[in-house]
Design a binder for this molecule. Structure first.
Ligand code: NAP
Ligand code: MG
Length: 400
């Protein structure tokens, strides 16, 4: 008998190679075992264009309503895509639109498998990066200034009064930058991180540079500390986990010496840089999961990689591709498990675990797609195409 679901998942379909893999995952790995209920939104670029991108905001609002969504990779249009698809306009990044509606933080974690060794030998468990996705240098004003200029920060209060602070008196030419963040965004970021760490029963680290940035970064540090003390401390103690703040340079040193198994909250720029460093150090972008968590507890799961365009064109030419579906499968299992937890359907959580194990065991047994074949240390490794890999996973799942 198939596993019954109580509440539908919000299903956000996408583009190119990942859209094809999406169908296959549902047909081969999920629907034979789960009486899958979803509310379907087609975020494929053609349908976004047809709906003037309304489908994207509709899907995000549905995620708010139901609490759990699973998203396929989607094309972010650029000039070439406008031409390729004959778009009415260069629609915004769907992930940006969804993030703006859900007001979330993005958590990225690697999937660890036998034979794909992290470059850092001590890392035994995944390290999750939580990246604040608003403000700082990503929303800054910048200028070049001529020699002899005086640059000041000037804030005009609602009553018209001005507060000024000298940046620099330039004898020669120079550059300046003005950036900001908001209390509400930092608070959302902090709460998303505390919730996620509790959910995973892992320690939370937060790093910034408050010794140098005595007002800006210090405010981040204080907000995290205040929210921890008043809202989360008891729950962390009950879970046997800890929260701590440390300087970003100290955090980097500790991360490299650690065994993994914690959540590392980073400011926007730090998270951008450190997430690429971690995904490379753990082995492969095709093995990174990504989940957007909103401060009121909405979860949207996806793979960290894109639509794998190059493979899609090979597929259209009739060639077999060896595209890794694992991160997309884990987006589904993440969403199914979360739905199971929220609705009290343990069979759903158990199924998610079995499907994940079927993936990691298949790779551990030596059967893998090309991206992993190139870096695996297994002696008996063999390369399969996408379909071959999916059938190997299906076979293991059936036996489980
Ligand atoms: P990509 O789809 O992540 O692929 C970049 C390259 O990484 C691929 O060409 C492939 O290398 C390798 N790769 C990535 N995922 C793989 C997988 N699952 N299996 C095997 N190899 C994999 O990035 P892109 O080509 O720069 O972007 C393509 C489209 O995706 C763009 O339109 C972009 O807007 C969109 N995108 C969407 C998201 C999202 O929805 N979250 C994120 C990023 C990009 P080889 O070609 O060497 O095999
Ligand atoms: Mg980056």
């Amino acid at each position: 008998m198939k596993i019954r679901m109580k509440t539908p998942l919000v299903e956000m379909d996408g583009d190119e190679m990942t859209r094809i893999i999406w169908r296959n995952i549902k047909d081969i790995l999920i629907c034979p075992y789960v009486d899958l209920k979803t509310e379907y939104y087609d975020l494929g670029l053609k349908h976004r264009d047809e709906t003037d991108d309304k489908v994207t905001s509709d899907s995000a609002n549905a995620a708010k309503k139901y609490g759990v969504a699973v998203k396929c990779a989607t094309i972010t249009p650029n000039a070439a895509r406008v031409e390729e698809y004959g778009l009415k306009q260069m629609w915004k990044s769907p992930n940006g639109t969804i993030r703006a509606i859900l007001d979330g933080t993005v958590f990225r974690a690697p999937i660890i498998v036998k034979g794909i060794e992290p470059y850092v030998r001590t890392w035994k468990k995944p390290i999750t990066i939580a990246r604040h996705a608003y403000g700082d240098v990503y929303k800054a004003a910048e200028m070049r200034v001529p020699a002899g200029s005086k640059a000041e920060l000037c804030v005009t209060a609602p009553d018209g009064s001005e507060t000024r602070s000298l940046i620099h008196e330039f004898s020669g030419e120079g550059v300046i930058q003005g950036m900001h963040n908001t209390e509400s965004s930092i608070k959302s970021f902090a709460r998303s991180c505390f919730n996620y760490a509790l959910d995973k029963k892992q320690d939370l680290w937060f790093s910034a540079k408050d010794t140098i940035s005595k007002t800006y970064d210090h405010r981040f540090k204080d907000i995290f500390a205040e929210i921890y003390e008043t809202e989360y401390k008891k729950r962390f103690e009950e879970a046997g986990t800890t929260y701590f703040y440390t300087l970003i340079d100290d955090a980097v040193a500790r991360v490299i010496r650690s065994g993994g198994g914690f959540v590392w909250a980073c400011k926007n720029y730090d998270g951008d840089v450190m997430s690429d460093m971690l995904s490379t150090a753990f082995g492969s972008l095709a093995m990174m999961t990504s989940v957007l968590v909103s401060p009121d507890g909405v979860y949207e799961y996806e793979a960290a990689h894109g639509t794998v365009q190059r493979h899609y064109y090979a597929h259209l030419r009739g060639e077999k591709t060896s595209t890794n579906p694992v991160a997309t499968i884990f987006a589904w299992t993440g969403a199914l498990r979360k739905r199971g937890e929220l609705d009290g359907v343990p069979e759903l959580c158990e199924f998610a675990g079995k499907l994940e194990n079927a993936c990691t065991e298949t790779i551990g047994s030596g059967i893998m797609t090309k991206d992993l074949y190139l870096i695996s240390t297994l002696k008996n490794k063999q390369q399969t195409d996408t379909e071959g890999f999916l059938s190997a996973v299906a076979e293991r799942l059936e036996n489980a």
